[in-house]
Design a protein around this ligand. Structure first.
Ligand code: KIV
Ligand code: NA
Length: 266
């Protein structure tokens, strides 16, 4: 069994090997990213703005995520599949977090769950870890709280901000989290958090000193209609796909497709 498991995360950090994570929301992308050797696939609530044409992650529900988690889990052999707990599915308390996480594992086939917050969700993490459910934390900019945070803003700036971020990270680790996502955090602060923790940090807009990196796959592949500063485009898939669709349309219109080799004889 070559599945990436929680002990591999700690081992990678100890060995100084960087972890790779991408989002995936469906079977074809999960199959491709798994074949590419991506260590962890996140079925993120970013499915909302990236796949479901919603304005943010806030309206996303567990019912919407479960089929995506199932498609991703069934399409991987190696990657650890991490399911996001969407807004409203864990804030009421540890028991609610447990119920939502159980759905992600039982119905979705996820191997771990992720949810946002530090000290305020430490008890949630503790209950899940005790129940045998690996939890990935998520601190720094937390999109589900964007209304409170005042938009997409870098978090952990200044001495107080950095101190609070470190406290959140340590609280998650002490509660049993297996890794922590750091989103939109100044690079030196992310470096400090990565130094303090023995579990891996996975950065997004958090500089080069994290133990791993994560990106929304559409941002990474040039597939989105907008791309944040911290995302590098490693391909122009949107343009390539548009070209494929126009090529198809023009051959259908001109009658060059389908050719004899695409047709059946009587
Ligand atoms: O939902 C998501 O894609 C995420 C990552 C950006 C970390 O939470
Ligand atoms: Na998310």
């Amino acid at each position: 069994n070559k599945r990436v498991r929680v002990h591999h995360l700690a081992a990678a950090k100890a060995a100084g090997e960087r972890l790779t994570m991408l989002t995936a929301y469906d079977a074809p992308t999960a199959r491709i990213f798994d074949a590419a050797g991506i260590d962890m696939l996140l079925v993120g609530d970013s499915i909302g703005d990236n796949m479901l044409a919603l304005d943010s992650t806030i309206p996303v529900t567990v019912d919407e995520l479960v089929p995506a988690v199932r498609a991703v889990a069934r399409s991987t052999r190696r990657a650890m599949v991490v399911a996001d707990l969407p807004f409203g599915s864990y804030e009421a308390g540890p028991e609610q977090a447990l119920a939502s996480a159980v759905r992600m594992l039982k119905e979705g086939g996820a191997h771990a769950v992720k949810f946002e917050g530090g000290v305020r969700v430490a008890e949630h993490v503790r209950l899940l870890a005790g129940a045998g459910i690996p939890v990935v934390g998520h601190i720094g900019f937390t999109p589900q709280s964007e209304n409170m945070l005042g938009g997409k803003r870098v978090q952990g700036r200044g001495d107080d901000g950095a101190e609070r971020l470190c406290e959140d990270a340590v609280a998650l680790q002490d509660a049993g989290a297996v890794a922590v996502v750091l989103e939109m955090v100044p690079a030196p602060v992310a470096a400090r958090v990565s130094e303090i923790l023995h579990i891996p940090t996975i950065g997004i807009g958090a500089g080069p000193h994290c133990d791993g990196q994560v990106l929304v796959w559409l941002d990474m592949a040039g597939m989105g209609d907008w791309s944040p500063r911290f995302a590098k485009q490693f391909a122009q898939l949107g343009a390539a796909l548009q070209q494929a669709a126009s090529g198809y349309a023009s051959e259908v219109r001109s009658g060059t497709f389908p050719a004899p080799q695409h047709s059946y004889e009587s």
